[in-house]
Structure formats: structure tokens, C-alpha cells
Design a protein. Structure first.
Length: 85
């Protein structure tokens, strides 16, 4: 099943990860997700073991996933984490 993706959920997850996660190299890790940002803050990357979501300026985004199943699993996990307060 393909999910409808809302960039606001991804940005909410980025905030959750940076608030609650642990530093891991250049990234911050929390509940299966890594979060990174560019030096200027205009690019945000969320990734897990299979899928990477790159969010750019003006809320542009791109998924890099080996399959639609991996992308859908990523979005499902992202939406679950987005509900965390």
C-alpha cells in the first residue's frame, strides 16, 4: 500500500530525533532513524538501514530506496514516530 507523504511529518520527526536522540558521528540516531543536516541547515536527511529521505529548500524532497516496499516501510515508521510527543 502506498502512503500519502506529508513533508511536515518528516520535519516533525527530524525535531523529535534531534531532541531525543544520541549523537552518532555526523548524525543523530533515535528509534531506527538517523537525522542529519547540511552546514547551512537548508538540507535535512532522514534515513534508516534501507531508505534515505532528503528534504531540500522550499520543501522539495527525494526518496532513495531499493524498492517501493522499503519506501513504504520507511514512511510507516516515520508516521509512527511523528505521533510521538
Amino acid at each position: 500500500m502506498d502512503h500519502v507523504f506529508d513533508i511536515r511529518d518528516a520535519l516533525r520527526v527530524y525535531e523529535i530525533i534531534t531532541e531525543k536522540g544520541q549523537k552518532d558521528g555526523d548524525a543523530i540516531f533515535y528509534k531506527g532513524f538517523f537525522a542529519e543536516t547540511s552546514f547551512d541547515g537548508y538540507t535535512v536527511v532522514l534515513r534508516d538501514q534501507k531508505t534515505k529521505l532528503t528534504i531540500g529548500f522550499h520543501d522539495t524532497f527525494r526518496f532513495d530506496a531499493p524498492s517501493s516496499d522499503a519506501q513504504n516501510a520507511f514512511i510507516t515508521a516515520l508516521l509512527t514516530l511523528a505521533e510521538e510527543s
